[in-house]
Design a protein around this ligand. Structure first.
Ligand code: CP
Length: 324
């Protein structure tokens, strides 16, 4: 693929969310990501496809997996990849999100990868710059590359997504991972269940395409995938639970509750995990069931695919003017 020909498999400038994407577009991103999995297992991983291109990681929230894997993805494709640390940036001196974005945009990056605590902030930023923007998680709204890497993990393990029953369990209310996965799994033909205490399920979540359960064993009954979520206390205002001990008793994944799922049902978690809160440590480490580290591995391949396609869809710097 040449760099400056828009990619018709995913004909968009940005990746801001899964909502609105078609099954063929999702499939295209997954197919390309699949081609990078073997490369990432080789000793020599470096490619030159994105040589001369610049990627800036702009994270207003902490991250281990997403930030590191975007950095590795950019470097493995030969791009210049820069991590902007908000803690030592001029944001600390009062510079706004949009002034920061237009300042970085004036340096002609090709892709901005942005994580922000406010839902909608990344979409707003994308409207002010003329490079590609990837949403690396905005508030409780969307985390599209997480849903894509989850889908690739399922597809590589089980061969398909359509027809599967996936139980997404835990703090659905504050989870951008849950929202992106509900959109993706529905689009790809899976049945989705949201399993959580009533205080952690947003009103109207059924309209996104899922069945709600408040009893963990009922929610897990005969499902193919158990996707656990962390309690996202950083987004909670006030108290949603009596105690984490009580929460683990009713909603923490242990072998007893897992027995309700299909034999061999896969266990997933986007990370970071809180062992003993939403998942028992032994279950998380059970290599016969848990694909949590596969998710991390495939995250690099998915981010390589996204960077490749969005770089192809956004012409190199000399052809574009800086947005003002
Ligand atoms: N899953 C996920 O987004 O992890 P990080 O917060 O470590 O990036």
């Amino acid at each position: 693929m040449t760099e400056d020909v828009p990619d018709r498999r995913y004909p968009h400038r940005h990746l801001l969310g899964i909502a609105g994407l078609g099954a063929d577009e999702i499939e295209s991103l997954l197919d390309l990501a699949d081609t990078y999995v073997e490369l990432n297992r080789r000793t020599e991983k470096k490619q030159s496809l994105l040589r001369g291109r610049t990627i800036i990681n702009l994270f207003f929230e902490s991250s281990t997996r997403t930030r590191t894997s975007f950095e590795l993805a950019g470097k493995r494709l030969g791009a210049d990849t820069i991590n902007m640390s908000v803690d030592v940036s001029s944001i600390k001196k009062g510079e706004t999100l949009l002034d920061t974005a237009t300042t970085l945009n004036a340096m002609h990056p090709d892709v901005l990868v942005v994580r922000h605590p406010d839902s909608g902030a990344v979409m707003l930023l994308a409207s002010k710059v003329n490079c590609a923007v990837i949403n690396a998680g905005d508030g409780s709204h969307e985390h599209p590359t997480q849903a894509l890497l989850d889908a690739l993990t399922i597809r590589r393990r089980l061969g398909h997504i359509d027809g599967l029953t996936v139980a997404i369990c835990g703090d659905i209310m504050h989870s951008r991972v849950a929202r992106s996965n509900i959109h993706l799994l529905n689009t790809m033909g899976a049945r989705v269940r949201a399993v959580a205490p009533p205080t952690l399920v947003p009103t109207g979540i059924e309209r996104l395409g899922c069945e709600v359960f408040h009893d963990m064993r009922e929610g897990l009954r005969d499902c193919d995938i158990v996707m656990m979520l962390r309690l996202q206390s950083e987004r909670m205002r006030g108290s949603y639970l009596p105690s984490t001990r009580e929460y683990f008793r009713f909603y923490g994944l242990d072998y007893d509750k897992l027995a309700a799922a299909r034999p061999g049902a896969l266990i997933m978690h986007p990370g970071p995990m809180n062992r003993g809160v939403e998942i028992d440590g032994t279950v998380a480490d059970d290599i016969t069931r848990s694909v949590i580290l596969d998710q991390v591995e495939l995250g690099v391949a998915v981010r390589m695919a996204c960077l490749e396609i969005l770089s192809a869809n956004n012409p190199p710097a000399p052809e574009t003017e800086v947005a003002r």
